[in-house]
Design a binder for this molecule. Sequence first.
Ligand code: UDP
Length: 366
Amino acid sequence: MNFKYVIIGAGLSGLTLAQKISTELNEHVLVIEKRNHIGGNCYDYYNEEGILIHKYGPHIFHTNHKDVWDYLSKFTKWNYYQHRVLTYIDGNYIPMPITTETVNKLYNLNLSNNEIEDFLKEQAKDIDEIRNSEDVVLSKAGKDIYEKFFKNYTKKQWDVYPNELDKSVISRIPVRYNRDTRYFTDKYQGMPKYGYTKMCENIINNPKIHVLLNTDYKDIIENLEYKYLIYSGPVDYYFDYKYGELKYRSVKFELETLNVESYQDEAVVNYPNDYDFTRITEYKKLTWQENKKTTIAREYPTWDGEPYYPVPQKEYLDQYNLYRNEVEKLKNVFFIGRLAEYKYYNIDAAIKSAFNLFENKIRGLD
Ligand code: UDP
């Protein structure tokens, strides 16, 4: 087979590039995917009850990039869902992230936004240089909130306490001196109306895009003639683990369908201190589906299983940098996405970086 462009991985990074190459460059492109489906970790499917399940955990789309929103809007309609999360603390369900509502509910207070700001600043620890994820919370909200909301959740999620994790991890969660209890405040938020898989099918609905599922690219690459390779698989696998295996945190899901219409008050409830799971997702609340039953997923972080999260600890980032040096030497291979760049990308950032790769490199190739 002969293709000018071959893409490894049918996640959103790979599919976005396939779409751009086929429509804007008018070229054929082959996408090779190891799994039996497209969509990467955004993949969703309907279970026996007809409830749409995100196989690899809840994926909520949110972005401030208008170009990313407009792009995806060509392939899906949206439910204008705005995500809210509750955290189970000492028997109460408390809004997450940390807002005026959170602090008032946690301590049974009735303070104004300004008073909450003063309150949190009083609790906060003076830290000159924020070095890790523990410092992030201590410097904004103090020890009690750190211990109740973050310390044990992070230990479950990453198997280390926040003081060993890069500050970028918990910086994802804001502290707000207002009553906005949404998890994200991006201008554009929503869930693909017919699911991510359907949206992905629409992205690649072009006869110039050829998808090969159930295929490890290493099994066939020698029989392919191609000019450019776009790689979104694990970077260590590409280099045959020459600098060792990179660590990825994985998640196991315990799915259960219950004979009740509603299980919990929001789509996601976090359990930092109780049980061994980190959170419970009730899928139909994400997707606005109506059904007499409901399906929930309890998430158990683990070291075995599919790679989900690159681990932002210094030793693994250093190890990744060894691979990155090799990546930079390659002229006709482009690395993109969470696994290939060992980077904790959100959906919109993955797509934005595919746009950038296309505009800055791919478009100008002969
Ligand atoms: N986190 C926490 N308590 C929570 C929610 C999040 O300690 O109730 C920390 C945890 O370390 C987590 C990080 O903040 O990995 C980022 O959370 P986010 O919800 O963005 O994680 P994701 O949805 O990507 O798994």
